[in-house]
Ligand binder design. Sequence first.
Ligand code: OOB
Length: 547
Amino acid sequence: MSEPLIALRQTWPEEFVQRYRQAGYWRGETFPGFLRERVGRYSERTAIVDHEKRWTYAQLGERAETVASGLLALGLQRGDRVVVQIGNVAEFYGVAFGLFLAGMIPVYALPAHRITEISHFVRKSQASAYVAQQQYGGFDYRTLARELLAREPALKQVVISGDAAEFAALQDFKHDAARLSAPDPDPQSVAFLQISGGSTGLSKLIPRTHDDYIYSFRASNEICAITENSRYMVALPAAHNFPMSSPGALGVLYAGGTVVLSRSTAAEDAFALIEREHVTDLGLVPPLALLWAQAAQHTGRDLSSLKVLQVGGAKLTPEAARRVIAGFGCQLQQVFGMAEGLVNYTRLDDGESVVLNTQGRPISPDDEVLVVDDQGQPVPIGQSGYLLTRGPYTIRGYHNDDAANARAFTEDGFYRTGDVVQQSADGYLTVQGRANDHINRAGEKISAEEVEDHLLAHPQVFDAAVVSIPDEYLGERICAFIIVRGEKPRAPVLKAWMRERGVAAFKIPDQIVFVDAFENTAVGKTSRKQLRARLRGEFLDAQNAPA
Ligand code: OOB
């Protein structure tokens, strides 16, 4: 029996709805309205450039309408969730806006996700369809689609861009104006589902509404000085919240600028594109920013069009920030955000000390920030504490996940970010670390528990504890402590095991350490969290011990 259509409406209490509307944050704009308006206003300007396409706003609008007609012609309906797994190509936005026009709800997967994750997203969102590319980054997504259909019988459709084999082909979709008469969605309804980094177990789904998300990038545009002359490069995965909306591709399209997509994260490939397209703005994670800063000093490419380099997704230390500024010679902006909402920026007129030493301050005057101790009591200004937040673009709950919501939100609706920060008297935040057990590997968030679960499924693994270990290049790497059962497996065998289980490559441990026991860690006596902290401590001590 098919599930009834779930009501995808985010729930802020009425007094907050009124407040956010009155303050002018929520203006009743929707994604279909945004697209139509920009297509009308900027029609012949260049909207999107990828390695082979160059779309004007008119062409983006036409493509989105074609995708919408095609999806409706396949029998998909308004309100249907559709898992989208597309890399850094123009079609990513063709499909996203196509889904918006059709009244459907994209669920944004990353290209690195594999069957285990995609299956989870399909189930959790009760998706009707999966849209992917024939191949991207050397991986054939049709193979994944076949396995997905076998595992998820409720999935009705698979649509493939490129050679679609037995699946519906995105290229064959026909424009059909008659199908496109749908009324605009309620601005407070959920526009799409974003994937959480996941601190415990599998990723949660993050419902973002038209009103709240459009506010976040409209306000970001102002802070980041995005205009119709901005040419913004997407080098991180287009589906990630940072290059999507901080101010990201959506902010830039909202302003009438140009989005330039890079499929490659290699500095020289990107530099060629920056030179050719006169890229003005760019967002990177710290490890890439450092690599590119180094390469920039020896490149023959002209990077002088670059105005602002944004760095976020993981902590940029003051020393790293200095190197990035020296390497690029352009302005640095730190960005500390989360797919759940809250985004902080250093401002373009901030002094050097703020840009080097802080991760910025919130977008909105109505972003409420609390920094609290273990008892939930606010700590004095300048002291470290757990960051809690609520505001006009921070979710009040994950999609369909009561257990996670009970943990991640306070009774009065604050999101527990899991980050440990210090707040200055003028509201700037400096990230000190994290309270929860996720690993931030070059900006990719990995749940320790999820990796442990995969390892525990191996017959020769008796117990596993997964921790982050500081890494000069990645920020953090994944280390798995393993107690074996019977014969000891070789580390590469365990890594291959995870790969074969179909999980994203970025979740596979970088390092495996075999231990005899976790000592007095009888289940229930010591929390996993304490165990992980102790193992990490002992491991680091052992590494630093004199030889
Ligand atoms: C961004 O979003 P997510 O959802 O992948 O990850 C959020 C988490 C934060 O809670 C924090 O732990 C970490 O990533 N983080 C940073 C950071 N930016 C994100 N930690 C230290 N310094 C930073 N600058 O990563 C994201 C979303 C929108 C804009 C930028 C990043």
